[in-house]
Design a binder for this molecule. Structure first.
Ligand code: ADP
Ligand code: ZN
Length: 230
């Protein structure tokens, strides 16, 4: 059984790498952010209740999030999964403990200055959700050299896959980006200490290269540290 969490600040690539792992090692990805955005788009009751939190960069209340994840885990019968965007508070981690035992955490690291640039450059397809990025980064911060190529569509502002329009997520506006980073530091980062104390395996990865390179690093660490077949 493979029960994983992918963790990291907003913009570090949790969505990107959990999708890669879903595709490459066949584990089911559960993304609370994606679920919430879909509910908002469909204007369901749940969507209406959470819209103001998501769009302002605040966390959705724990009781709502926990119910959503419980339902998803039940639906996939708790088998081989990677959680993207959950748990984001100690409360959520404790609730998760009551349902399943987490085996490993993939922790994505990226300097805050790079995160801000990258988030501001993110665009997503309004129809299929495919992410793009209009900024390319080549910068040394601390001792880390970040070389992150832009991911541009062939035709400006148009999705390669489905031909729909690319937009900026409401929470990728500069003021909201700042708020999300603060929320991460205050409310989400403590979750790491919680799992360290429990002795869960940590797979630490610095995200300073293109998607393919970083994916290979993650796969090789999963193989070595967790004996996961890749
Ligand atoms: P990112 O990690 O880039 O900020 P996500 O797509 O994971 O983006 O989440 C977007 C938003 O959805 C969050 O800012 C928050 O409002 C809401 N959200 C997602 N997951 C959770 C969670 N586990 N607890 C509370 N709110 C959440
Ligand atoms: Zn598209």
């Amino acid at each position: 059984m493979t029960e994983l969490i992918i963790f990291g600040p907003p913009g570090s690539g949790k969505g990107t790498y959990s999708k890669e792992l879903e595709r490459l090692i066949g584990i089911k990805r559960i993304s609370t952010g994606d679920i919430f955005r879909k509910e908002i788009e469909k204007n369901t009751k749940l969507g209406q209740a959470i819209k103001k939190y998501v769009e302002s960069g605040a966390l959705v209340p724990d009781d709502i999030v926990i119910k959503v994840v419980e339902k998803e885990l039940k639906r996939i019968r708790k088998k081989n999964f990677i959680l993207d965007g959950f748990p984001r508070t100690i409360e959520q981690a404790k609730a998760l403990d009551k349902i399943v035992k987490i085996k490993g955490i993939i922790l994505l690291r990226m300097d805050e200055r790079i995160l801000i640039k990258k988030l501001a450059g993110r665009r997503v397809c309004i129809n299929c959700g495919k992410p793009y990025n209009v900024v390319s980064i080549d910068e040394v911060v601390g001792k880390v050299h970040y070389v992150l190529p832009a991911i541009k569509p062939k035709k400006r502002g148009i999705c390669d896959v489905c031909g729909s329009k690319l937009i900026q997520r409401k929470d990728d506006k500069p003021s909201v980006i700042k708020k999300r980073l603060e929320v991460y530091k205050k409310q989400s980062r403590p979750v790491l200490r919680y799992y360290r104390k429990k002795g869960v395996t940590f797979i630490n990865v610095t995200v300073n290269r293109d998607i393919e390179t970083v994916t290979k690093r993650i796969l090789s660490l999963l193989k070595r540290r967790m004996k996961i077949k890749v």
